[in-house]
Ligand binder design. Structure first.
Ligand SMILES: NC(=O)CC[C@H](N)C(=O)O
Length: 196
């Protein structure tokens, strides 16, 4: 069974643990950078990206997280986690981890649609995924190697670039484990690659 960490500094950590277990992965809550050596893939949960970034700095996580991704280990960023992964954030001078070739806008759906649900098709994963959005960002632009997996009213809300996966919505807040299961499979496949 692959070991999947959930960055446990802030946000929807326990819900991701439950989803990983439901998707046949072993879940580990990562609170210290040394634990990154024990896991095969990592989920950056939703929460508040600015708070998470402050804690990432405080606990010395920034470079270890970047190295984890650059070593080819899969990372799945959900909501605030997507913002952490992005190379560019609209209106902000600097990115956080800057690993994925996407440009994102924070709180992009505005006040009227602060939180909402939508049934969305996700490429190769589901025709009818129940997507829960909470003060969600969306992806404004993607680089040439990024595959768009889902859109909501023409806004990009899920994408993949090689071993990086992201969603603007929260796949851990429902009992629909298909997106998490897709990530577990990505981690299993990367294990085969990294071993060969
Ligand atoms: N549910 C979420 O993760 C919200 C993300 C939040 N708006 C941020 O900018 O970090």
């Amino acid at each position: 069974m692959v070991k999947i960490g959930v960055l446990g500094l802030q946000g929807a950590v326990r819900e991701h643990v439950r989803s990983i277990e439901a998707a046949q992965g072993e879940a580990i809550v990562v609170k210290k950078k040394e634990q990154l050596a024990e896991i095969d893939g990592l989920i950056l949960p939703g929460g508040e990206s600015t708070t998470m970034r402050r804690l990432i700095n405080q606990y010395g996580f920034l470079e270890p997280l970047q190295q984890f991704g650059q070593a080819g280990k899969p990372i799945f960023g959900t909501c605030a986690g997507l913002i952490l992964l992005a190379k560019e954030i609209v209106g902000q001078p600097a990115a956080h981890l800057g690993l994925m070739d996407i440009k994102v806008e924070r709180n992009a759906f505005g006040r009227q649609r602060e939180s909402f649900e939508a049934i969305l098709p996700i490429k190769d994963i589901a025709d009818d995924f129940e997507a829960v959005f909470i003060r969600a960002p969306y992806i404004v632009e993607v680089g040439p190697n990024v595959e768009v997996l889902a859109t909501d009213q023409d806004r990009i809300v899920a994408a993949r670039e090689g071993h990086y996966l992201c969603s603007a919505f929260h796949p851990e807040l429902t009992d629909d484990y298909r997106l998490t299961a897709y990530f577990v499979k990505m981690v299993e496949e990367s294990q085969k690659h990294l071993a060969s």
